[in-house]
Design a protein around this ligand. Structure first.
Ligand SMILES: CC(C)(COP(=O)(O)OP(=O)(O)OC[C@H]1O[C@@H](n2cnc3c(N)ncnc32)[C@H](O)[C@@H]1OP(=O)(O)O)[C@@H](O)C(=O)NCCC(=O)NCCS
Length: 200
């Protein structure tokens, strides 16, 4: 049988299988140092040009950073790594008080986008921060995407970022008391890997 015919049968089988059996869910697990190159690849695929370099470098710096509490790096895998997200602790500036985490960066390989991988990574991070009993998860990204997870600009107003933002509308927070308790606006400190104005 020629390879074209074999490929057609495989393709048909794939379609039939998808119709009958659900696609297995993507697996989310903690990243290890062995994932370093694959994580770099994820962000190079997800982001264009210079943004790809900036983001993949950030992902690698966070993976190797020793912080307390620890940076949380999660990967999504099917056969290969298809997505990555990092959550790094944030403190009230000038104190040791850990208030929550910042979600950055998040990337899903281009060919795997739009299949729920990004959502699975964000949800896993939300659960992690909720389990730690912390106040807030911050993000600097597109409100059209993060709004669906309960992030809002209003709630982020209490947490003043360490650098001037190029896109202030992208600064959003998910608060775990649903924004019930008022927090006086104050400056926050991020982990050393994020101390780069180019990221903001
Ligand atoms: C943004 C990203 C992480 C989302 O991951 P994903 O696995 O593709 O997303 P999901 O499958 O969970 O969700 C898909 C939905 O998000 C929407 N979406 C994806 N990227 C979006 C964006 N930048 N702004 C608004 N909506 C977006 C899709 O249109 C889709 O909407 P629908 O559910 O109404 O059809 C991924 O597309 C990606 O890596 N993009 C390039 C890098 C990037 O922009 N990272 C985020 C930094 S803020």
């Amino acid at each position: 049988m020629d390879s074209m015919a074999t490929q057609q049968i495989l393709n048909q089988g794939g379609v039939q299988r998808r119709g009958v059996v659900d696609r297995p869910p993507v697996r989310i697990r903690s990243a290890t140092i062995g994932d370093l190159f694959a994580i770099h690849e994820v962000h190079q695929s997800a982001f264009d040009g210079a943004e790809g370099d900036l983001t993949s470098d950030l992902a690698i710096r966070l993976l190797t950073e020793t912080a307390s509490p620890a940076v949380v790096s999660l990967v999504a895998e099917e056969d290969d790594l298809v997505g990555h997200v990092a959550f790094s602790p944030i403190r009230r500036a000038g104190t040791r008080e850990v208030e929550g985490y910042l979600l950055a960066p998040l990337g899903v390989k281009r060919a795997f986008q739009g299949k729920g991988v990004g959502a699975a990574l964000v949800e896993a991070g939300l659960q992690h921060v909720a389990r730690l009993g912390l106040r807030v998860l911050l993000v600097y990204g597109d409100p059209a995407y993060y709004g669906r997870f309960g992030f809002s600009q209003e709630r982020a107003a209490s947490f003043i970022p360490p650098y001037k933002l190029r896109y202030p509308f992208g600064w959003q927070a998910h608060t775990f008391d649903r924004g019930k308790s008022f927090v006086r606006p104050h400056l926050i400190e991020c982990s050393p890997s994020l101390e780069d104005p180019a990221l903001w």
